[in-house]
Design a protein around this ligand. Structure first.
Ligand code: G4P
Length: 541
């Protein structure tokens, strides 16, 4: 084995790259922070918190984005724990603005799903979960807020099975009755862990009170009823519950489930240690040239996120690249598949807490940020000129909301076009042009309405352009093609005026209509028309 292959193997084994997903308010930020606390990357909890005050209001999201320094550093966090290198990719938790989150999930090897013990599986969790399932990545469940009143654990397991179609294996089990919990029983280590009284409000790392199950203090502290209940529960789980099966975990078919409380640190360290033990290191990825193994000596990676204007002082634009194989070295020359050109990867950035630092080397599973002169797009592959290939395309979202957008001041058209092109390339919006219309206005498609507010805000703040935006009454977009390959034009399509005939930015014809019923009419009257939710050469999420 070559020295490089040896080095790669060692580094890959150490890597755990994951995202934490949750419905807003379940505790993702708190858990992330506590993981950093235990990882020694921060010393006092509360430093990340500041960014999330009232996150649900649009204006606050904007505030966060304004302070991009903070937002970006917390979007990729790296720390070492117990000989492992942990990369946490943060995901925005906004209900409405989740495309970024989906893309982030393309760059991880596993996901941690945080659920509020009182609320169970919520809407946002379902959507994110679907993507993890599609990718077949392992999912670890952290049931949070155990210090609060909550649902019965068996009900939560049922919910995960019924709503998400996944079986769960509780790694620990809550102790207590009627939703009032006092601690957990660790099934692997066979220990009872009880909430210790906390005087620091969870700011410092601390451990729970740990007992052997037959220690008389356990009954003393939790009472006879809870103790008997626990014994019955554990017996039932061992006999009737799912068996632990690492292969099923790896395939995303069985989720290891942990109960804890991020706020009070209860169960966080145990979770981190078990997670490291059970979660996968970087795995091979599908490409146009078959599976590419992470220990392939040739460097490769792909862009999963682009963020512009992070620092208002310099108009920079950063492309986030997930390394998939080989060793990254500063200043190396790589082949950029989409432009077909060789480029030099200079000034790579890596992120830890508040500091961006220039890095010299990185390995599969790591994320690097590169200053982007405007050549990168979401999903782009970079690899070695000697071995050219392309990673599988990202699935895309069918847009559901549409608006006509133009600059209020026609003198600002140039900045307007620049800004709107930038946001399109970042993947924040989808851009269309109405057939026969001039270039002074565009039709913008999004998955949620919040994106329009983001568009307006960013054009104003980053490009100094006020826009006029008129919402269009369409909710359905379909890419069109004739069975025989002829070009679809407004004239050749019967009923084109029942909706809006537009072209996407690659000049593919698209019809926007208000509902499925209108679509039915179009299909009935154009029997040899083929329709697709996304461009014909793309996969839908
Ligand atoms: P998110 O990122 O998933 O949106 O959730 P976040 O961590 O911001 O947590 C949402 C709220 O839940 C916060 O309260 C947080 O303190 C609380 N929380 C997180 N973990 C736990 C836990 O284990 N137990 C309990 N009881 N609460 C928890 P907040 O009132 O919105 O903010 P703050 O005033 O506490 O800062």
């Amino acid at each position: 084995m070559s020295a490089l292959r040896d080095e790669l193997d060692q580094e890959i084994k150490k890597r755990r790259t994951f995202a934490i997903i949750s419905h807003p308010d379940a505790g993702k930020t708190t858990l992330t922070e506590k993981l950093l606390l235990y990882g020694g990357a921060i010393h006092l909890a509360g430093s990340i918190k500041s960014r999330k005050t009232q996150r649900h209001a649009v204006s606050d999201w904007m505030e966060i984005e304004k302070q991009r320094g903070i937002s970006v550093t917390s979007s990729v966090l790296q720390f070492d724990y117990d000989g492992c290198r942990i990369n946490i990719l943060d995901t925005p938790g906004h209900q409405d603005f989740s495309e970024d989150t989906y893309r982030t999930l393309m760059a991880v090897d596993s996901a941690v799903m945080v659920i509020d013990v009182a609320k169970g599986v919520e809407a946002q969790t379902k959507k994110l979960f679907k993507v993890c399932k599609q990718r077949g990545i392992p999912i670890f469940t952290f049931v949070n807020k155990l210090d609060h009143f909550g649902k019965a654990p068996l009900d939560l397991m049922d919910e995960i099975e019924n709503v998400l179609g996944m079986q769960s294996y509780p790694m620990n089990w809550p102790i207590g009755q009627d939703g009032q919990y006092m601690g957990v029983y660790d099934r692997r280590r066979k220990k009872v862990l009880l909430f210790a009284s906390d005087t620091t409000h969870g700011q410092q790392a601390r451990i729970a009170d740990e007992y052997e199950p037959d220690d008389p203090q356990v009954v003393e502290r939790i009472g006879k009823d809870a103790f008997e209940q626990l014994q019955m529960d554990i017996e039932l789980l061992n006999e009737a519950g799912e068996k632990f099966d690492q292969k099923r975990v790896d395939e995303g078919d069985l989720t290891p489930m942990f109960f804890g409380s991020a706020m009070t640190n209860f169960g966080v360290q145990d979770f981190l240690e078990e997670y490291i033990r059970l979660a996968p290191s970087p795995r091979p990825r599908q490409s146009s040239d078959g599976l590419i193994a992470p220990d392939d000596e040739q460097f490769s990676g792909f862009v999963f996120k682009i963020q512009a204007n992070m620092n208002p002082a310099h108009r920079d634009r950063l492309a986030f690249i997930r390394i998939c194989s080989g060793k990254f070295e500063r200043n190396m020359e790589v082949w950029h598949e989409r432009s077909g050109k060789n480029i030099k990867l200079a000034q790579p950035q890596q992120f830890l807490a508040q500091d961006r630092q220039i890095i010299d080397t990185a390995y599969p599973g790591d994320i690097i940020g590169l200053f982007d002169p405007g050549i990168f797009g979401i999903g782009d592959t970079v690899c070695m000129p000697e071995h050219k290939f392309k990673y599988a395309d990202f699935p895309v979202f069918p847009p559901e909301k549409f608006a006509r957008v133009q600059a209020k001041d026609t003198m600002k058209r140039k900045q307007f076009v620049k800004g709107i092109m930038q946001l399109t390339q970042e993947g924040a919006i989808q851009l269309f042009q109405q057939a026969g219309a001039g270039f002074e206005s565009y039709v913008v498609g999004t998955v949620g309405t919040l994106q329009f507010e983001v568009l307006e805000y960013r054009l104003k703040n980053e490009y100094n352009v006020d826009i006029e935006m008129n919402m269009l009454p369409y909710e359905v977009a379909r890419w069109m093609a004739w069975e025989d390959g002829r070009e679809v034009t407004p004239a050749s399509l019967k009923g084109a005026d029942r909706g809006m005939f537009v072209y996407d930015r690659h000049e593919n014809p698209v019809l926007l209509v208000s509902n499925e019923w209108a679509l039915g009419w179009i299909l009935d009257n154009n029997p040899d028309l083929k329709l697709n939710h996304v461009p014909f050469d793309k996969r839908e999420v």
